[in-house]
Design a protein around this ligand. Sequence first.
Ligand code: ADP
Ligand code: DP6
Ligand code: CO
Length: 367
Amino acid sequence: MDIVNTTPHQSSADKVLPHEATVSAPVNIAVIKYWGKRDAGLILPTNSSLSVTLSQDHLCTRTTVCAAAEFGGDRLWLNGVEEDVTASARLCNVISTARKLRAAVEQADSAAPRLSTWGLHVCSENNFPTAAGLASSASGYAALVSALGTLFKLPQSAAELSRVARVGSGSACRSILGGFVAWQAGVEGDGSDSLAEQVAARAHWPQLQALVLVVSDRKKTVSSTAGMQTTVATSPLFAERVRNVVPRRMAVMRAAIAARDFAAFATLTMQDSNQFHAVCQDTFPPIAYMNDTSHAITNLVHAFNTAVGRVAAAYTYDAGPNAVIFALHDDMRTLVQLLTRCFPRPDSMPAAAFYEDPFAVFASPDL
Ligand code: ADP
Ligand code: DP6
Ligand code: CO
């Protein structure tokens, strides 16, 4: 691993041993979507959002951070490729915010090593496609902040750490917490009240399962950051969504989760995904994240619900063509069989995997 190779003092007995922490973080899938910033620097959203944090057993980021006085500067390797840390305002913001919090720890404890003044080497791996609409920025920045929090022994609560993750990628603030998570947009200009809070623990609704359908692992052509910036600047439908639609939906979604009302949860999840993609279509020039396979999956879910005579499944798509399907445990097996039959995978794809607990992953290729 790069960090080990670039840690020359590890073998020198006369020097301080490196301080290192390894943490993994899960992705989260929004059921009320975040799309739009009111402050791009601090990553303050135009609307609140609500998500489900998936199990780390399937899709996750694993990040190691290492601090050493000898490191000349900060370096980061993402999936084995070095990124230019200084060129990324988000990485710099996250690291400098964490360092400030560490400096406070050092001020309170004169014996604490001065990690806040040392260089950092970061090595991060996503075990799923990066920048393909499967929330890699969410698990990626959540893992980075969690690793820095562990390395720096930060006393901050999860809610407070979510604020730090937010300045890396908005959706990352929700991946700091498990279960059902709301990101309150907040009203303060400094972002102090724009953080994530748990709406309900995962154990609140164990029958709810998620199925990830990997339609394409290709990197999206329009990043979430760039896409939402164009939307804010050009879409009249977006303004309507922020003002009149999302606030009501946040309340209805919270109530649906509290009541474990799957039909209400599923209906609103599909409607909000649809409106998010309609807003992308209303952006000028338009942005198309979904592809023909995504639309075919949407149609199949509606056909399934019609056939069983109730809302038994929901789809949602982030900024990419890949689908996440929600269903209750008793319906998921039938759904997986149906999807496997309708979207067969070529031999080159890994075998479809179905995990009983708590969330499932299933891979399907471009058709
Ligand atoms: P996604 O839909 O995967 O979240 P985004 O366009 O929101 O796609 O963000 C993708 C970007 O997030 C990547 O190009 C990279 O800059 C950043 N990112 C992804 N994974 C990580 C990671 N593990 N560590 C740091 N940054 C990451
Ligand atoms: C469609 O959090 O990736 O997934 O804050 O610019 O990094 P930045 O964007 P990002 O946007 C996520 C958009 C979404 C919906 C959601 O996760 O709420
Ligand atoms: Co993202």
